[in-house]
Design a protein around this ligand. Structure first.
Ligand code: HEM
Ligand SMILES: [Cu+2]
Length: 663
């Protein structure tokens, strides 16, 4: 391996990145030292095993990655805005689309989703934490370290450039010899192990940690969506892990799994990666459906319509999504018999999805609707996802796909479902649950600006791309000549598309501003029930105390909190005598962070093919595992007195604010 280019040189953007990385690092170190925050950072955040804090860390990281992926998107759109552009060199363009796709799916959508899992699920099911809080911290740090490993490739060693799914033979060492491709493998490998563990953690949490009176059929739909997504993770992520190991063997140890010679077959990779990759897109969209179910019911002041069919369709989607992977390469040549099976399975998914959309609309029918930010994003989601779904069915028609395949029609389709479904859904969830975690709402006015910029920007950016696809523009091209630009009409549409990308970028800036502004000026909520909610998370203070529920709640069916509030209003509610008991809690631990540090060493070593370093890192990982196995002091009890004190203080805060508003 040629490592003479350890530090990437030659491009002004990279020097800019070098300088800003150094400056930001210095600024952070200075801030932490000057305000003496190192201890606080270590005790309260780095070593935490509290699901709420882990959720917040996931959220911050994913917003940061949305920024990075967004900058990549803008750079690509700038390059394509006009014909014959020399803004980006071809190789650089390849690196950017690879980085953009990888970051958006694995380091933006996945952690954003895990942020919502962590912020909400234990609170919705009346639990004090997830089933395995230590493992939860391990998952977070594996994700974070994997993401950082992938991100530094920009300034050290060089980025991957074989596309976000890195098809061989291009991703083999013969054609991609540098460390870039290894960064991709190890960044994803490390964070993927964390994702698998999170999937297991939430399956067990939902099945085992519910407050004893909550039956499965009393669970809120968001929790159901997390369960269906986690089951899909459990099936899909091991395929990713194994595929990446096989590619590593090819690249580092001269294997021939996916090479053109030595008995290998590149199409085997393509099959394997999509056996993970297709379920993956449903893994990220199911929780968005869950968010919408909560948001629509809440802001219509109605029970969700068709609860059973909602659950059934989510489970159906997570199962059927395993039988569609070939639709990504109908052109492989498997023949009509094979293609038709996968075409039909793909189209079948539209049915449960359609059922859900009808259910949401029936829920709103005759509801008492209040249009708030979370509901706005639902309004935006419906038409966007419908059209995105319809163009998906078009792509699923195998013979027609020979035309659409790898064209801008596809680019428009998958952005429409990923942005319209996943991003809009998670943003709705962010606005909805933000007051729960932080105790204040995000400013509506700035949020509306952001919303409309995203909406208009989205359509301006992606609608022209459907047309461009029909006009023969293929994906992953870095420029086009003037003949195509003007005679074939590509230039004006590409230009418009770029304008749309900028509008979305401005929308994102509004959101960053909205968060900063609301920290000081956001509407405070001390009731704990910012939206007059229906599910258990709204029955406790915002932000919740470390143990969440002083007493495990007693639920009587679905939307129990809502009905309890009705009874309280009618005066029919019977207060149960409060008797606290000591609460069993996990202790913080530095091991997840240290273990992930060793993973970083291992990943970095294997990336540069410095085997000694890789092995040292792995030995470190094993040692930290041992250290954990012999740690016996892992938990503690919160005493009854302390619970009483905390609950009293929280109640006083609440009472004081009720007094203030009453006056
Ligand atoms: C925010 C606005 C976004 C814009 C303007 C944008 C723009 C682009 C562009 C220009 C490409 C390259 C097309 C090509 O040359 O083939 C691309 C590829 C891609 N984008 Fe986005 N994107 C956005 C958001 C997202 C999001 C939110 C996701 C996922 C959650 C995503 C996932 C992908 C993937 C997977 C690829 C394919 C990369 C590859 O070909 O290897 N994008 N995007
Ligand atoms: Cu697919």
């Amino acid at each position: 391996m040629n490592t003479s280019h350890f530090f990437v040189t030659g491009d002004p953007m990279i020097y800019g990145a070098d300088v800003s990385i150094v400056l930001v690092t210095i600024a952070i170190i200075f801030y932490l030292s000057y305000f003496k925050k190192w201890g606080w950072l270590w005790r309260e955040w780095i070593t935490t095993v509290d699901h709420k804090r882990i959720g917040i860390m996931y959220l911050l990281a994913s917003l940061l990655m949305l920024f990075r992926g967004g900058v990549d998107a803008i750079l690509m759109r700038l390059q394509l805005a006009v014909p014959n552009s020399h803004f980006l060199a071809s190789e650089h363009y390849n690196e950017i689309f690879t980085t953009h796709g990888t970051i958006m799916i694995l380091f933006m959508a996945m952690p954003f989703m895990f942020a919502l899992f962590n912020m909400v699920v234990p609170l919705q099911i009346g639990a004090r934490d997830v089933a395995y809080p230590f493992l939860n911290a391990v998952s977070f740090w594996l994700f974070f370290i994997g993401a950082m490993l992938f991100n530094i490739s920009f300034v050290i060693g060089g980025s991957a450039s074989a596309g976000w799914l890195s098809y061989p033979p291009l991703s083999e060492s013969q054609f991609s010899p540098g460390p870039g491709q290894n960064f991709w493998i190890w960044g994803i490998q490390i964070s993927g192990i964390g994702s698998l563990a999170t999937g297991i953690n939430f399956i067990v949490t939902i099945l085992k940690m519910r407050t004893p009176s909550m039956r499965l059929r009393d669970m809120p739909l968001f929790t159901w969506s997390v369960l269906s997504s986690s089951i899909a993770i459990l099936g899909a992520f091991p395929i990713l892990t194994v595929s990446l190991v096989m590619l590593t063997i090819d690249r580092l140890f001269g294997g021939h799994f996916f090479t053109m010679d030595g008995g290998g077959n590149p199409m085997m990779w393509v099959n394997l990666i999509w056996m993970w990759g297709h379920p993956e897109v449903y893994i990220v969209v199911l929780p968005a459906f869950g968010v919408f179910s909560e948001v629509v019911a809440n802001f219509s002041k109605k029970r969700i319509f068709g609860y059973g069919s909602m659950v059934f369709s989510m489970i159906a989607i997570s199962v059927v999504s395993y039988f569609t992977w070939v639709h990504h390469f109908f052109t492989m040549g498997a023949g009509a018999d094979v293609n038709i099976v996968f075409a039909i399975c793909t189209m079948i998914i539209a049915i449960p999805t359609g059922v859900k959309i009808f259910n949401w609309i029936f829920t709103m029918y005759r509801g008492r609707i209040t249009v708030t930010q979370p509901l706005l994003w639902f309004y935006a989601f419906v038409p966007t996802f419908l059209v995105g779904g319809a163009t998906g069915v078009m792509l699923a028609a195998a013979p027609a796909d020979y035309q659409y395949h790898n064209s801008y029609f596809l680019i428009a389709h998958f952005h429409q479902v990923l942005i319209g479904g996943v991003v809009f859904g998670y943003l709705a969830g962010l606005y909805y649950w933000w007051p729960k975690l932080f105790g204040f709402k995000l400013n509506e006015r700035l949020g509306k600006w952001a919303f409309w910029l995203w909406q208009i920007g989205f359509y301006v950016c992606f609608m022209p791309q459907y047309a461009l696809g029909f006009m023969g523009m293929t994906r992953r091209i870095y420029t086009y000549n003037a003949t195509m630009g003007w005679d074939m009409g590509w230039a004006p549409l590409n230009f418009i598309s770029t304008v749309g990308a900028f509008l979305m970028g401005i929308g994102f800036i509004f959101q960053a501003w909205q968060i900063i502004y609301s920290i000081k000026h956001g509407e405070r909520d001390v009731t704990g029930d910012a939206w007059d909610g229906r599910t258990l998370e709204w029955s406790i203070p915002s932000p919740p105390p470390v143990y969440n529920f002083a007493i495990l709640p007693d639920v009587k069916g679905r939307d129990s909190w809502w009905y309890q509030k009705q009874e309280m209003k009618n005066g029919t509610y019977q207060e149960q005598p409060v008797k606290y008991e000591p609460i069993h809690m996990p202790k913080n631990s530095g091991i997840p962070f240290i273990m992930s540090g060793f993973w970083f060493v291992a990943g970095f070593g294997f990336t540069f093919e410095w085997m000694w370093m890789g092995v040292v890192g792995l030995i470190g990982v094993v040692l930290t595992l041992f250290a954990r196995s012999f740690q016996y002091d892992t938990d503690y009890y919160i005493s009854v007195e302390e619970i009483e004190r905390t609950e009293k203080a929280l109640a006083q805060k609440r009472y004081a604010s009720v007094q203030r508003t009453a006056n």
